[in-house]
Design a protein around this ligand. Sequence first.
Ligand code: NAD
Length: 488
Amino acid sequence: MAVSTPSVASRDASAPAENHPDRLTELFQKQKEHHLTVRNTTADERRARIRRIRDGVRNRRQEIRDALYADFQKSPEEVDLTEVKSVIDEANFALTHIDDWMASESAPTPPLLTGTSSEVRYEPKGVALIISPWNYPFNLTLGPLIAAIAAGNSVIVKPSEYTSNSSRVMREMIDGLFDPREVALVEGAVETSQALLDLPFDHFYFTGSPEVGRIVMRSAAEHLSSVTLELGGKSPAIVDATADVDDAAAKIAWGKFTNTGQTCIAPDYALVHESLYEAFLERISHYISRYYGDTDDARRESPDYARLVNQKHFSRVQSLLTDAMQAGARAVVGGQTDAESRYIAPTVLAHVPDGARIMEEEIFGPVLPVLPFRDLGTAIDRINERPNPLALYLFTTDDDNETAILDRTHAGGTCINEVLLHYMNPHMPFGGNGHSGIGMGHGKYAFQEFSHARSVLRRSYGSKLMRYIYPPYGSMTRRMIDAALKYL
Ligand code: NAD
């Protein structure tokens, strides 16, 4: 298949020669030409490829920890839990279930189609592009890659330039494990990403911000390719009047400050019933001290507290914090920042005024605004004023409140009396809704995202039966149509 050279060629000056659009086009063409071989791989062959990734991650565990420490001082415990374990879990789940996922599904036969049988076959989309973010670089790059391979695709992967140490480890790993005609990893920044987006991939799987999601969708529209967008947004945590406030504070503090708030499904802000407001602020302050230390010095020294990924994100979060405090918000805990080390203390803000920028944008950093509410309807209205969040958390012991929240809000996923854990159940789809994303990841859902469900109808007898409905339409056709309509 002929592919034109991307228009971005002249702007890609800083990228390595191998990322020149001509080279990327060549790589893409090679994958296209070789794809028939990949497409027809058996479950065993796909399993062998998935095992390579799983074992590669196992064998490079220390390298992965070192890379993430160098990238943004992430603790080895969080690396093991949220990167290494997540990829291994995704691989093991695919290894166990791939036979079922690949199996054709037979479909029932309506009376009019007597003499035929029908099935749905799951076929690979073709050559897929995966563009991933920096916040969980291994998990969000290799997780979708496992699904793409399980579904029989050839894949080019472009991880984030912000976590260059992690990208380098993945690059070395993929280079050593795969024929680039099957799987290739391209390191590079925005222009490399744009050059790849100019190519007519069969599927675009993007994880990142809604702004870049729009750019990816525009490219997919140019090529009429399918797209998965795993985006972000402002995910609320609601603590109603019946909640166990201590438990809610312990969990929200963990969900918010893990990875220094740089988690797509972190609680972005908390809505707390006014009767529990002061108690919640006291309990969350307690848990921050318990997790990261009693003083700001101790929190800076904590081996479990990471840094903002780069100056751009540090300045962005710092400016949201400064803006909120100038508008009258009060830091109940934290508020300290240090540009040189890209440190922002775990911070809880009370009395955040309406209209503060921090309540308009996704925070994606370690600052938690806590807002009081009097009745649940007001909290629901507040959530519904904003685009659909990626996650919504509810702390309650009241079934009616749970029903009201589930029935009257939209969100990609929800936990009741928990945070983040819905991500960890591979039997459930993970994804957004509208502004927080399109399509699904994880397990079978990710496999189907990278697959085309092809309907196949096969005639085995009664070959001439349908001729009664062919033109010219006579009395027999009329009788058949009348009979069919009678039973509708
Ligand atoms: P980002 O959108 O800035 O970057 C993601 C990827 O897109 C990177 O590989 C980057 O090189 C590329 N890119 C950036 N600008 C581009 C452009 N103009 N054209 C083409 N490609 C471009 O996102 P990020 O800062 O890496 O990640 C943070 C965002 O991702 C947050 O909004 C977060 O909520 C979201 N996120 C979502 C999920 C999810 O699963 N839904 C997971 C993690 C992060």
